[in-house]
Design a protein around this ligand. Structure first.
Ligand code: ADP
Length: 207
């Protein structure tokens, strides 16, 4: 089995941007957010559970879940967050590992925004944190998702603080600068992860 490099970071810290660079190098990337979206696709068991729980108001005219409405519920009713997490987190974890175990390359990248909060580091080889300042996160979030500064601040507050995340990091990708500063860091880590994977294989063979 491939070794798993878990990549995390605050909202809009640059995880997807970094993951795309690894992907361009041929590294398989499994994104837990994408799995979460697939799990709530029309007709999936989690979709049905959500509609049964919140009622038809949670479905848009096109049949998809109304994410903006759900996000509003999440902020206004604390129990909503807990209920959704209880439903989705085990499913996301299970599906992620199913996909990770099927990887036939030396290593795979697992993008998990809430890796540290959820304590999902077990079984992974390294935790790589994409780091940028809170001010940069806010500015990039407002621009990318067209949310208000207040909403952006509230979304940031749902996550653990930067210091706790950094304390859990084996490697840090610095995303305080322009995008062009990311590739050299990714290339360096790619070499290191290939070496780690090769050492891992020889350890397993020598058992
Ligand atoms: P995440 O996946 O962590 O939520 P993204 O990779 O989507 O974050 O980045 C958030 C937004 O910031 C995106 O619109 C992305 O294009 C932009 N972005 C990422 N890194 C930089 C950077 N170094 N400079 C400017 N914009 C950036």
């Amino acid at each position: 089995m491939a070794i798993i490099i878990a990549i995390t970071g605050g909202i809009s810290s640059g995880k997807s941007t970094v993951a795309a660079l690894f992907s361009a190098l041929g590294v398989p990337v499994i994104e837990s957010d994408q799995i979460a979206r697939q799990l709530v696709d029309i007709g999936m068991p989690a979709f049905t559970a959500i509609v049964n729980h919140f009622g038809p108001r949670v479905v848009r005219a096109n049949g998809q879940l109304d994410r903006a409405y759900l996000r509003q519920l999440l902020f206004n009713h604390p129990t909503t967050k807990a209920w959704l997490e209880e439903l989705l987190h085990p499913l996301i974890y299970q599906e992620s590992w199913q996909q990770l175990k099927a990887v036939k390359r030396p290593y795979a990248l697992w993008v998990v925004p809430l890796l540290v909060e959820q304590g999902w580091q077990a079984g992974t080889e390294r935790t790589t944190v994409v780091d940028s300042s809170s001010a940069q996160q806010l500015a990039r979030l407002i621009e990318r998702d067209q949310v208000s500064p207040e909403q952006a601040q509230a979304l940031l507050a749902l996550q653990c603080d930067r210091h706790r995340r950094l304390a859990a990091a084996d490697d840090v990708i610095d995303n305080h600068g322009p995008r062009t500063e990311l590739l050299p860091q990714v290339l360096g880590l790619h070499q290191r992860y290939l070496q780690l994977a090769a050492t891992h294989v020889s350890k397993v063979e020598n058992r």
